[in-house]
Design a protein around this ligand. Structure first.
Ligand code: NAD
Length: 499
């Protein structure tokens, strides 16, 4: 029998596969273990931190334009390796190649933004803030910073973090998801090929032991986290207690309001992709449609039911499939459980996607597209993040009621309104308690030169991810005030506050 491959760590430019602990990585479409992933011990993580610490002084003093050139080459290598990366994502995450290509492209856009490092780090200068006194602010790197990322975007979410952190002059330790580690590790190796000095970027695979080591080590100056809300809260609290800067992005429950005047065919097309794309395993997936008025509710449910008939769930290698399996057997059972609980609590199961038949992939973790009508806020399936291909419909009478529902929910990541009424749309975007808002745009994921972040329990911390907030997160401001007196001029003694 062929020996099973172990996905290891990248430390100081070297791949390390030796490990005391490892766990299986599965192909979710077949249910078969395909690889093992090394689970880093405390010592291994400390080795990665030491490598990053040693690389920091030289990297900090490397001119930003030279750091940016590494990113230019990195972007080219990513484009050249697009097919391989998409395949690696598909094999372990299960997403179809067109979806993986979209993820990679959005990741690359963050690298394009990072290529602007010399401009992004320019600082601010004021001449003559006093007689012969000039003052300026500059943005210095923090040191060694860490990223901890979820399974659902193994290429893109890490790219929200390390390209910007690195061009800002920091060195990095990434702890990706242990469920689909291969694409992340492969991509990190391309950085070396792009000319990044060893030790600037390190990857440790692992679980809680690795994460806790990063949280407790005093050499780690900042932590970026993306994942579920309970872990985000834990990371934020622990990092803060240890004096670290932290941004921790959590889970979501994204509502779309469907107004009576909406272009219903357009809303349905958008909702099909945004609710079921990537099996609903996106933190910006639309999982609740709030219909305003019975007519909108009836029309939406009828048209969605029709549209869902042609959706195909299956293996990542068939580009005709619309979406793939969910990530694990346990998650499949959890999603099925939420569907069952909604029915038990009195909702109407319009399309039941549990246990679909996927020929040739009978042991895969598939859940078909599911539509549940007459959902109410007390239901467990409404309150929780399902993270599966499930769209729930909540029917209300007014737009105010719809907005109240969204504002009352514990999550505030993304939302969208489908309408033709500009005044309603403006009122909605002004007053909704959510960080990322779409107006007839179902997945309003900000482009790389804005920043990404939710409100309420979808984000712990002050600064959003990537874009301008990312630059601020990965740098500390230093303000220098300088006087060069003319020769022979002496300042007198003064005890008054300088003004
Ligand atoms: P997760 O919280 O289970 O895992 C995220 C990371 O935390 C992984 O690297 C994992 O190894 C680590 N981790 C897990 N349990 C831990 C523990 N007890 N102690 C320390 N570390 C631990 O999330 P996931 O299942 O990989 O990803 C799905 C979740 O991520 C969803 O809730 C989704 O909404 C969220 N997400 C949010 C965003 C966003 O931008 N807000 C983006 C993508 C995903």
């Amino acid at each position: 029998m062929a020996q099973i491959q172990t996905v290891g760590h990248l430390i100081n430019g070297e791949i390390i596969t030796q490990t005391e602990r490892a766990q299986d990585v599965f192909n979710p479409a077949t249910g078969e273990p395909t690889k093992q992933v090394a689970l880093a011990s405390k010592q291994t993580v400390e080795q990665a931190i030491s490598a990053a610490q040693a690389a920091f002084p030289a990297w900090r003093n490397t001119p930003p334009v030279k750091r940016a050139r590494v990113m230019f080459r990195f972007k080219e290598l990513l484009e050249q390796n697009r097919d391989k990366i998409c395949r690696l994502i598909g094999e372990e995450h299960g997403k179809i190649s067109h979806d993986a290509a979209g993820e990679l492209q959005r990741g690359i856009e963050n690298i394009e933004y990072a290529c602007g490092a010399p401009e992004l780090l320019k600082g601010e200068h004021s001449r003559n803030v006093g007689p012969n006194i000039d003052s300026w602010s500059e943005f210095q790197p923090l040191g060694v910073v860490a990223g901890i990322t979820p399974f659902n975007f193994p290429a893109m979410v890490p790219m929200w973090m390390y390209p910007l952190a690195i061009v800002c002059g920091n060195t990095f330790v990434l702890k990706p998801s242990e469920r689909d580690p291969s694409s992340t590790l492969f991509i990190a190796q391309l950085l070396k090929e792009a000319g990044l000095p060893d030790g600037v970027m390190n990857v440790v695979n692992g679980d809680k032991e690795a994460v806790d080591t990063l949280l407790n080590d005093q050499r780690i100056k900042a932590v970026s986290f993306v994942g579920s809300t309970p872990i985000a809260e834990y990371i934020y609290t622990s990092a803060n207690a240890n004096g670290k800067r932290c941004q921790a992005l959590g889970g979501a429950k994204n509502h779309a309001i469907v107004m009576p005047d909406a272009d219903m065919d357009n809303a349905v097309n958008q909702l099909l992709g945004a609710a079921f794309g990537s099996s609903g395993e996106r933190c910006m997936a639309l999982s609740v449609a709030v219909t305003v008025g019975d007519e909108a509710g009836d029309a939406l449910v009828a048209k969605m039911t029709k549209g869902m008939k042609s959706l195909s769930v299956g293996d990542h290698t068939n580009a005709n499939n619309d979406f793939g399996p969910v990530i694990t057997k346990a998650h499949q059972e959890k999603v099925n459980g939420f569907i069952g609980s909604a029915a038990e609590q009195g909702a109407t199961l319009v399309v039941d996607g549990r246990n679909p038949t996927v020929e040739g992939f009978e042991n895969g973790y598939f859940v078909g597209a599911t539509l549940i009508d007459h959902v109410t806020p007390e239901m467990v399936s409404y309150q929780a993040e399902i993270f599966g291909p499930v769209l729930q419909v909540v029917r209300v009478k007014t737009m105010q009621e719809a907005m109240q529902l969204i504002n009352d929910h514990e999550y505030g990541n993304g939302t969208c309104i489908f309408t033709r009424d500009g005044e309603a749309a403006r009122y909605f975007s002004d007053n909704i308690e959510v960080g990322m808002v779409g107006i007839n745009v179902p997945l309003p994921v900000p482009v790389a030169y804005h920043s990404f972040g939710g409100w309420k329990r979808s984000l712990f911390g002050d600064l959003h991810a990537y874009g301008p907030d990312g630059v601020r997160f990965y740098t500390k401001r230093k303000t220098i005030t300088q006087r060069w007196p003319s020769s022979g001029v002496r300042e007198g003694v003064s005890f008054a506050f300088p003004s």
